[in-house]
Design a protein around this ligand. Sequence first.
Ligand SMILES: Cc1cc2nc3c(=O)[nH]c(=O)nc-3n(C[C@H](O)[C@H](O)[C@H](O)COP(=O)(O)OP(=O)(O)OC[C@H]3O[C@@H](n4cnc5c(N)ncnc54)[C@H](O)[C@@H]3O)c2cc1C
Length: 427
Amino acid sequence: MTSPATPRGTAASASVPTPGHHVVIVGAGLSGLRTAERLRRLGHTGPLTLVGEEAHAAYDRPPLSKALLIQDEEPAAPPALRAAEKYAELDLDLRLGVRAEALVPGERSVVLGDGSRISYDQLVVATGSRARRVPAWEHHPNVHTLRTFEDCLALRADLRAARHLTVVGAGVLGGEVAAGGRALGLEVTLVEAQAAPLERVLGAELGAGVAQLHRDHGVDVRLGVAVERLGGDHRAERVVLGDGTVVETDVVVVAIGSVAETTWLAGSGVRRADGVLCNQYGATAVPGVHVVGDAAVMLHPGATTPLRLEHWTSAGDTAAVVAHNVLAAPEERKPLTEVPYFWSDQYDVKIQGLGLPSPEDRIDVVAGDVAEHSFLAVCSREGRVRAAFAMSMPAPLARCRKAVADGTALADLLAAAPWTPKKKVSA
Ligand SMILES: Cc1cc2nc3c(=O)[nH]c(=O)nc-3n(C[C@H](O)[C@H](O)[C@H](O)COP(=O)(O)OP(=O)(O)OC[C@H]3O[C@@H](n4cnc5c(N)ncnc54)[C@H](O)[C@@H]3O)c2cc1C
């Protein structure tokens, strides 16, 4: 889909590159598309290429583990992030179904899987992440991971022929799949190696609240135990746990996190460590190479070291920052300022988190009750707000955003808030 660049007359600043400047974005998912959209909105009129390995144009992944998994009708296509007829407005050279295989920074070019090369002036890495797998289980056709639309279709089909589902990993994705299994009427076992679901994020007590949410919906939750092996010749029929118990199963979903999709950058000089290392502007140490979305290891507000987040909103936030910085003069560059945010829908409960807590933080439940799966909790350190979590309390959580961003004194947040502290969970 190539068409000549047309002036849009919306140049944001005098530092917008000359029209001939070619920006290449590798990865046509959420962060890649948002980068392209933002570049055009900021006035980039030069050539813009978007390369994506998947055959589909950018689609939304959150529904894959929620509505699309449980709805009766099989989805005919993934949920598009931008209507097909709206792509023309972006004047993109859109290359779908082809993988970037290598980056040659000395030549400022990207080598594609079809043997062609694309030269760039500025490159944006938006290749996201892939599901972490267990190689020893790969030969079982009923062992699934969930990252792509095709993964969703395959899992849907297996779930509909199953009686029992085992989910390995009780993070947000595992929790959503377990909830989906229950919605389909399956017996569900949720296995988690840590003492509580999301323990590293929410702490032990709030994590226990998540475990209880699943138990209240009939899930057999096994905590503090890992899967030792799967039994069964062709299909996995048994899940053998480290404590010696055996779970008979029809389907296994492995939800043990993801790995940044950066192998194509090997040998390029771009530094990788569970993702692509970049500065607060989204720039790598290799001139002209930037990174956005799930693939980026970046300094987020509230963090002391760069880290990789897999949050839907972070994909858009990093895309906005990098699009600006690709076009800006050095002195006009902007760092990432948006507070990290995630949500997860499990059963009829919305779990949400703002900011970056750490294990030393004090956690106060300031409204509602963890046992009722409806609460707001605030994490603070040395009296300053660092993060907030909620179940089924979206409006109170949203009211904490500024306090999290500013590191407001906890006492001031509580004094100004229309909720009464209920219970201190941990110090
Ligand atoms: C099932 C599921 C449910 C989720 N639910 C939530 C949720 O409820 N809340 C939330 O906050 N977040 C959620 N997320 C996370 C959110 O969807 C991601 O953070 C977001 O998709 C990241 O966007 P991205 O563009 O960085 O990566 P991706 O969406 O993974 O896009 C990267 C694209 O790059 C392509 N690519 C990779 N390598 C190459 C290459 N070498 N050459 C060309 N193309 C390549 C990939 O095929 C992919 O299409 C969910 C994720 C999944 C998988």
